[in-house]
Design a protein around this ligand. Structure first.
Ligand code: 6YU
Length: 504
């Protein structure tokens, strides 16, 4: 593969996130290859920033399921980017259900730490209910259209059987409500009522104890970028339109005709035989109508409209001194008067902060300082993006004082947060299978154009990105695999079959 000048086909990739870099890494067929990235940096939703005395991940945080079946784990291990514990055989075998397992403490809104027994037994109820959604995969009749409606109906059925007094039962409901908010962060959605029940368990988890990158998640895309020939990635090159099914010629060369022309916001345009589109589903939802000419086939446009793409943001707070016990790595929050059986508040201004699930303690403090990372999903998260740093910091100081029962708790000394919904080239955090859509829509989104396989100019527009991976959507490994998939599609077309090197 060459940056430019080879004799093979011309390939453009829109974006320089993990899907795009993965495609570039594996494209052996391309004679000319360029990645056009809108931002001033590569990595997309992988975004490490300096914060406190260390680093903060504004986007992807963990390798979910770091084990041999996870290509991000294999690639990162091969590049030597992971800490020693990630390589331990025993960690790779842990069945954590694709999420980090962290020792936790739960603060109630009355300013007290909640009983771990009550919290754990309630979490077990939620987890069993979530597990029971497996039976609906590919099932004909569903008890409810969404995961949220199903879970709430089950909770309403079970609640009368719970032991304990009315206060304990209310507290259990409040803890369950906190479980719903965590699930919203995991699915990247405003409400579990928006997540389709039937296909929910098509998302597949891998074994392994979730791990982080000691040098920052961005060390992975940085490393992949540095392996590409200089000049392959063009930064600050937002693409405005992709014309396909055309007959475009370069000035002064009447011989060669290209089916694809990509125009950038700055007026530059590029002709190509193939373009791999890796822009996020959030961008496609907003822009697909004028982004493609001719417009996308109706089936694909419908898949873009139906699939879900929501917001999950992070708020990093740095403290002079920790107020938490060093044994805990997760500080959870429960608003004691809430219940999944009651209507949630729609007053974002008054209540946005109640959607925050709590904080992950960033470890180790010697490297990062005393830093907490809060997670918040949905419309409340999007509202938070409209506030200033000072407003968020003062609200969270007030919240932490309430939760700890300490009105003197010192305010954090600094704050850093993500704003993925306002980001014009993302418009949210990651995809989910929404009510009214299914895994088939993911496959439709991934289908290259033109749809007619007998078209003499095949594979003009290809689609990669996390939202195009049917079982690993919403993850970095889904993104990487989707990029590799589309590169192999082109390699196959041109018979470029030699084994990939040096990637694992
Ligand atoms: C993971 C994790 N993680 C937290 C948060 C976020 C995400 N993910 P990119 O967007 O990277 O690249 C596209 C590029 O295109 C980009 O650079 C744009 O600038 C560019 N572009 C757009 N328009 C353009 C134009 N017009 N012209 C030119 N360029 C243009 N994943 O594995 N572990 O811990 C997290 C997390 C806050 C925002 C995450 C995590 C998701 C990944 O970050 C994401 O999937 C990939 O980076 C996307 O790569 P890409 O190349 O596709 O797009 C049951 C069930 C539930 C299902 N969900 C469970 C999994 C939970 C996911 N985990 C989330 C948790 C965290 C904390």
């Amino acid at each position: 593969m060459e940056g430019s000048g080879g004799s093979g086909p011309r390939v453009l990739v829109v974006g320089a996130g993990l899907a795009a870099l993965g495609a570039a890494q594996r494209l052996r067929a391309a004679g000319h290859l360029h990645l056009l990235e809108a931002r001033a940096r590569a990595g997309g939703r992988i975004c490490t920033r300096p914060f406190g005395s260390g680093l903060a991940e504004l986007g992807a945080h963990w390798i979910h399921g770091p084990s041999e079946g996870n290509p991000v784990f294999r690639l990162a291990s091969c590049y030597g980017l992971l800490g020693p514990s990630a390589a331990e055989e025993e960690n790779q075998q842990v069945e954590a259900g694709g999420h980090p397992l962290l020792p936790s403490v739960t603060y109630g809104s009355s300013g007290k730490v909640l009983s771990p027994e009550l919290v754990n037994s309630t979490r077990a109820i939620f987890s069993d209910l979530l597990d029971s959604t497996h039976v609906f995969l590919h099932a004909d009749g569903l008890p409810a259209p969404s995961v949220g409606q199903y879970l709430r109906a089950e909770i309403a059925r079970l609640a009368p059987t719970w032991e304990g007094d009315e206060n304990t039962k209310q507290l259990r409901l409040a803890i369950l409500n906190a479980c719903f908010k965590l699930e919203c962060c995991i699915s990247g959605t405003h409400s579990m009522d928006l997540v389709a029940l039937g296909p929910f368990r098509e998302y597949t988890t891998l074994p392994g104890l979730d791990c982080t990158f000691p040098g920052g998640y961005s060390s992975l895309p940085d490393r992949m970028l540095s392996a590409l020939p200089k000049g392959t990635v063009l930064l600050n090159k937002p693409v405005r339109t992709i014309s396909w099914q055309g007959s475009f010629r370069e000035d002064g060369d009447m011989e060669k005709e290209f089916p694809v022309r990509v125009e950038c916001e700055d007026g530059d345009s590029f002709l190509a035989d193939h373009v791999i589109v890796t822009v996020p589903l959030g961008f496609l939802k907003e822009r697909h109508q004028d982004f493609f000419q001719p417009p996308l086939p109706e089936r694909k446009a419908e898949a873009i409209r139906c699939l879900g793409f929501g917001t999950n943001n992070k708020i990093f707070l740095e403290f002079e001194q920790p107020f938490w016990d060093p044994d805990y790595q997760l500080l959870e929050v429960v608003w004691e008067d809430e219940s999944p059986l009651a209507e949630p508040s729609t007053d974002l201004e008054a209540n946005w902060f109640k959607k925050l699930i709590g904080f992950v303690v960033i470890q180790p403090p010697e490297q990062y300082g005393h830093v907490l990372c809060g997670f918040i999903a949905g419309k409340e998260s999007e509202y938070m993006e409209t506030l200033s740093d000072a407003e968020v910091l003062s609200t969270l100081t007030r919240v932490l004082r309430t939760l700890t029962g300490n009105p003197q708790l010192p305010a954090p000394r600094s704050i850093l947060r993500s704003r993925w919904h306002s980001a014009p080239y993302t418009r949210g955090s990651y995809s989910y299978v929404a009510i009214g859509s299914s895994g088939e829509d993911i496959d439709v989104l991934a289908q290259p154009l033109p749809e007619d396989a007998s078209d003499p100019r095949p594979l003009q527009v290809l689609f990669a990105g996390e939202a195009t991976h049917r079982t690993f959507y919403s993850t970095t490994h889904g993104a990487l695999l989707s990029g590799w998939r589309e590169a192999e599609r082109l390699n196959d077309l041109y018979g470029a079959t030699e084994p990939p090197c040096p990637t694992p």
